[in-house]
Ligand binder design. Structure first.
Ligand code: BES
Ligand code: MN
Ligand code: ZN
Length: 475
């Protein structure tokens, strides 16, 4: 998709569709009023166009016009970054479905150009890599307004990289395939990339991470990516991702229904890879690294048995009572590695860690658990600026107590169903060594169960855009 900025009058546009965001305010001015005046008033009076979110009114232009159709796209109360993101995504999907290949969007504010472009990329993503279709695609996007297209272009494509990886079935994307792809994508974004295999992980004493992979014929991988700014910063943020390319539950096997979508259990790694490829291209002043803990959780003949005790990279022993609580096991070593070997001063991890997060927050907010309010606030603020919700949960010491072991330092589960998301976060906290850290549980938000106006069913790419902004806004 080629993107241009158009500052001339709209009469000089040659596109299939020109889209106009319409608020429910219905105080129209400028080009919108000049172009549609009486027609728009009629649509509003008849109640056909209300400006509600996701409302789409298609107006066909006259045969001699260089614009084939105008879309009036409802955005609700106000046109903010979140509203234009969704409106742009919906517009692209609607236009592509109608066979259009070029689209212009009216963007009345320079600050909205970036989310408009991100939304257009979002809506252009089609999950059809495994279908023999020559589905129509958007070729040309025109932003009618003033502003810079570069940032939205970079971040929008990064989100789609995340979505593509998360949607790829596990037969084609195991730990090794993911690592190789991360290397290619990382290097293309100008990052330093290192892949660690079994031998290196053994050497490091990553007994927790390796215990997850050992039930699979496909070996574990740890991927490290690094972005170093021209003037190196004292702060060093490390993005850590859970990369379970498929989660059967291991010997604590999941029921069939719960397993159907478990290819998305590498969503945390996909998120962090997407974010750091954008960071490599946007070149913020903050140093940023990324550690991706890759494994496939299978119940093979060498699989970890419930009751096995392993030693993590930081020396702590863990009794694995449920092999389905595997995300915290791979993250434990990845977090230790990020602190000790990467030298991170700040940590953010993303993980499809618990089913319980959907019980607590549904598919609306990402759960945010942290040992440092300032870092948590950075994530929240970045999310708020674009409409991604990160909601804090408490981290009282008392939540750790049920995971203290008899025979080991820790157990990997609490033994009851209470506060599952917090329990998992308290476990992770044992491996960050007091480094400022924020944990994002994206199990409820990384996957759209149903198609939306601006997205097909499947991977959502949640948190990528927010994390890129955390790095850009750091200073
Ligand atoms: N990958 C799952 C969490 C998950 C569940 C993600 C549903 C997306 C949708 C994780 O590895 C897991 O199985 N967690 C267990 C933990 C339990 C055994 C303490 C869970 O949430 O049931
Ligand atoms: Mn699991
Ligand atoms: Zn899992």
């Amino acid at each position: 998709m080629n993107i241009t900025i158009h500052t001339d009058p709209i009469t000089s546009l040659e596109v299939d569709v020109l889209a106009w965001p319409i608020t429910s305010e219905q105080e129209f001015s400028g080009e919108l009023k000049d172009t549609f005046g009486a027609l728009l008033n009629g649509l509003i009076e008849s109640g056909e166009t209300k400006g509600k979110p996701a409302e789409l009114t298609v107006l066909h232009a006259s045969a001699d016009s260089s614009i084939r159709a105008h879309y009036l796209v409802g955005v609700g109360d106000a046109l903010d970054a979140n509203a234009i993101f969704k409106a742009a995504g919906q517009t692209v999907r609607a236009a592509v479905r109608r066979g259009c290949t070029s689209l212009a969007i009216h963007v009345p504010d320079a600050g909205l150009v970036r989310p408009a472009i991100e939304g257009a990329w979002y809506g252009s993503y089609q999950n059809n890599a495994y279908k023999d279709t020559d589905a129509n695609q958007l070729e040309q996007l025109v932003i009618c307004g003033t502003g810079d297209a570069a940032a939205g272009d970079i971040t929008g494509q990064a989100v789609n990289l995340t979505r593509e990886l998360v949607n790829t079935p596990a037969n084609d994307l195991g730990p090794e395939e993911f690592a190789n792809r991360a290397k290619a994508e990382g290097e293309a974004a100008g990052l330093e990339v290192e892949i660690l295999g079994d031998d290196e992980l053994q050497e490091l004493g990553a007994g927790s991470h390796l215990s997850v992979a050992q039930g699979s014929a496909r070996p574990a991988r740890l991927v490290r990516l690094a972005y170093t700014p021209e003037n190196d910063s004292t702060d060093h943020l490390c993005l850590v991702g859970k990369g379970i390319t498929f989660d059967t539950g291991g010997l604590s096997l999941k029921p069939a229904k719960s397993m159907e979508t478990m290819k998305y259990d590498m969503g945390g790694a996909g998120t962090m890879l997407g974010a750091i490829t954008a960071i490599g291209r946007l070149k913020p002043t903050l140093r940023v690294s990324c550690v991706l803990a890759m494994a496939e959780n299978m119940p093979g003949s060498r699989a970890t048995r419930p009751g096995d005790i392993v030693r993590a990279m930081n020396g702590k022993t863990i009794e694995i009572l449920n092999t389905d609580a595997e995300g915290r096991l791979v993250l434990a070593d990845a977090l230790t590695y990020a602190v000790r070997n990467v030298g991170a001063t700040h940590l953010v991890d993303a993980a499809t860690l618990t089913g319980a997060v959907s019980v607590a927050l549904g598919n609306v907010n990402v759960a945010l658990l942290a040992n440092d309010d300032a870092l948590a606030n950075r994530v929240r603020a970045a999310g708020q600026s674009i409409g991604e919700g990160f909601w804090p949960l408490p981290m009282d010491a008392a939540y750790l107590a049920p995971m203290r072991g008899e025979q080991s330092d820790l157990r990997n589960i609490s033994g009851n169903r209470n506060a599952g998301t917090i329990t998992a976060a308290k476990f992770l906290e044992q491996f960050v060594d007091k480094t400022p850290w924020a944990h994002l549980d994206i199990a409820g938000t990384a996957w759209h169960e149903k198609a939306l106006p601006h997205a097909p069913r499947g991977a959502s790419g949640v948190a990528v855009r927010s994390l890129v902004r955390v790095a850009e806004d750091w200073s």
